[in-house]
Ligand binder design. Structure first.
Ligand code: ZN
Length: 246
């Protein structure tokens, strides 16, 4: 079974469409690590697609904030503005569907999905220290996470932690064979608002039986996504950052 693993789409329809085309034929099922909405200007079409295609999903902090949860109080100004805008833009069916998304960890075969970390859905796993800290909370050997918008992740074995790299700017794929006796925290990266210096939409393909993960980057129509954000009168900062992937 091959899974297309998506995270942090953030209402970016142009990025989602590019990922679907880029990954065509490479997967059997879709999994989502949350933050379907927030930031960009197309919450309904992106939510419609995920509702129709995702076999499993966990909720993200923006899915909560954009549907009335008090977590919005912890957001920065532009994120808060976008969450309130999204609340108003979502149709009632999509809003209700997002409100009812499950909190992780969600088990899929022998691996797990979370938004932030296995310990806390709102935690950011940004560095090796953060990863080592949650190693004792791992529900299993392989856990997929999002939230940081940084593709790659961490491997841990016998007290040692190391980084798993994502594709370099001139590469579109980077494949790793996962090893036995090793724990993995794997981040497919953000499709809709990457923050690892590469503006291309990020995703991952995971082959469950062979334990092979491929991190992928798909170029997309950034200018149209930016135009949609500006036309919706969302903060221009949210458009500008898509050009640089920060
Ligand atoms: Zn996010």
């Amino acid at each position: 079974m091959r899974f297309l693993i998506l995270s942090d789409l953030h209402s970016n329809l142009q990025a989602l469409e590019a990922v679907v085309e880029h990954a065509a034929g490479a997967y059997d099922q879709v999994l989502c690590l949350g933050d379907v909405v927030g930031y960009c200007a197309d919450p309904n079409p992106v939510t419609d697609w995920i509702r129709q295609h995702a076999a499993a999903i966990v909720r993200g902090n923006h899915d909560r904030a954009c549907t009335g949860d008090a977590v919005i109080e912890c957001f920065s100004g532009p994120a808060q503005f976008a969450a309130l805008w999204t609340y108003g833009a979502l149709n009632p069916e999509n809003r209700e569907w997002l409100q009812e998304l499950p909190q992780g960890p969600v088990a899929i075969g022998d691996f797990f999905l979370v938004h932030g970390s296995p310990k806390d859905e709102d935690d950011y796993l940004l560095n090796k220290c953060d990863a080592a800290e949650v190693s004792r909370h791992m529900p299993g050997a392989i856990c997929f996470f999002g939230h940081t918008h940084v593709q790659g992740g961490f491997a841990m074995r016998r007290g040692r932690t190391w980084l798993i790299p994502h594709p370099k700017p001139k590469e579109s794929h980077h494949t790793h064979q996962l090893e036995p006796d090793t724990s993995y925290l794997l981040n497919p990266g953000s499709a809709g608002q990457p923050r690892d210096g590469d503006p291309r939409a990020a995703y991952a393909i995971f082959e469950m039986e062979s334990k092979v993960i491929t991190f992928c980057r798909a170029p997309y129509d950034v200018a149209t996504a930016q135009d949609r954000i500006r036309k919706a009168k969302l903060p221009y900062f949210l458009a500008d950052r898509l050009s640089v992937g920060r």
